[in-house]
Write a protein of this length. Structure first.
Ligand code: NDP
Length: 333
């Protein structure tokens, strides 16, 4: 298939590129600058431009940002929309997080409907943030759950703003398909905290993606006095997330569905204890006593839909943490 992948410079998108190429698809990714596009192409030296190329989309928060990018010859058959800000450096929650998430999502859908009628499936990277009810956890989370966050709560803290950005964007996507009845259908991938090897271009570990930052901090000795408290208690490997995107694009039965993709429970203490066991050279950068317990009333999770429809077999946390640390050492930790 010929596929448009938005946010090509991202941590998850880089793995999507790898899986898409491995599955024989032709990929055009969007980036904000030529510099980023060229660096990604350099990572795939030897891949012909008919298989991998890029287009510039400077700011997904602008109306019409994707109108040119979706037009292609030969035309696109599918779109993976991963681009969305994931960070907590927020001065204006609306401008920094909510607008790019929501306008970016509705923008790609409008552009596909208008200018790319050959696209049959759009896969959107949503999040567990669009599922979780932080103040009222159900016994078991699944695709049936929605974050009840309101606009008033969204602008209270950066973490609320991020969770709301993913919730409002995903809701807007389902509403668009419901109302507009476009030529394509939709699938969403809803991962919790994503760990895994860094294969995207990084100038330095200071620019690490948000979800791998705690692992970087642990090996740099920034958690020596105390392991930071965990927030989400669920994780997934980036390679499993990328495969889920591609399978959701390829599998007819995935249309019209959300996919809650998770490898299971975790805590920062469990991650730190894996680092200490796998990399004894970092033991003195971590506290002597690490609490690896999970809360007694921890919520459960049901990831069966992703296993049954997409065929995902989740990696183990030990393998993911080991591979993540190795990749960070290669960048220069
Ligand atoms: P990254 O920060 O590595 O990637 C984000 C991507 O979005 C980058 O390519 C970035 O471009 C692009 N982007 C952000 N804002 C804009 C904008 N205004 N205009 C154009 N491009 C923009 O994060 P991840 O790879 O982790 O995240 C990818 C997706 O996965 C996001 O939708 C995120 O919400 C979702 N997600 C991530 C999880 C995780 O734990 N990592 C968990 C659940 C969901 P640039 O590089 O130029 O800034």
């Amino acid at each position: 298939m010929k596929v448009l992948l938005t946010g090509g410079s991202g941590f998850i998108a880089a793995h999507c590129v790898d899986v898409l190429l491995k599955h024989g698809h032709d990929v055009v990714f969007t980036v904000r600058s030529d510099d980023k596009g060229q660096k990604i192409l350099k990572n795939h030296a030897g891949t012909p431009s008919s298989k991998l190329s890029y287009v510039i989309v400077k700011d997904i928060a602008q109306e019409g940002a994707f109108d040119d990018a979706v037009r292609s010859d030969p035309p696109f058959e599918a779109v993976l929309h991963t681009a969305s800000p994931f960070h907590f450096n927020v001065t204006d929650p609306k401008k920094d997080l909510l607008d790019p998430a929501v306008i970016g999502t509705t923008g790609i859908l409008k552009a596909v409907k208008k200018f790319a009628p050959t696209v049959k499936r759009v896969v959107i990277t949503s999040s567990f943030a669009a599922i979780i009810s932080p103040n009222n956890h159900p016994k078991v989370y699944s695709e049936a759950n929605w974050n009840p966050i309101t606009w008033e709560e969204a602008i209270q803290t950066p973490s609320n703003a991020y969770r709301a950005s993913k919730t409002f964007a995903e809701k807007a996507a389902w509403e668009f398909v419901e109302k507009e009845k476009p030529n394509f259908d939709l699938a969403t991938i809803n991962p919790p905290l994503v760990f895994g090897p860094v294969v995207h271009y990084l100038n330095s570990l200071d620019a690490i993606n948000t979800s791998n930052a705690t692992i970087r901090d642990m090996i740099e000795g920034k958690c020596k006095d105390a392991i930071p408290p965990s927030t989400g208690f669920l994780w997934v490997d980036v390679r499993d997330v990328a495969l889920a995107h591609v399978k959701a694009m390829e599998t007819s039965a995935a249309g019209g569905k959300r996919f809650f993709v998770t490898g299971g429970h975790m805590s920062n203490g469990i991650v730190a204890s894996i680092i200490r066991k796998e990399f004894p050279e970092f033991a003195d950068r971590l506290p002597a006593d690490i609490d690896t317990s999970l809360p007694a009333d921890i919520f459960g999770y049901d990831n069966s839909r992703s296993k049954e429809i997409l065929g995902i077999e989740y990696r183990k946390l030990e393998d993911t943490v080991r591979d993540t640390v190795k990749s960070l050492l290669a960048v220069g930790a």
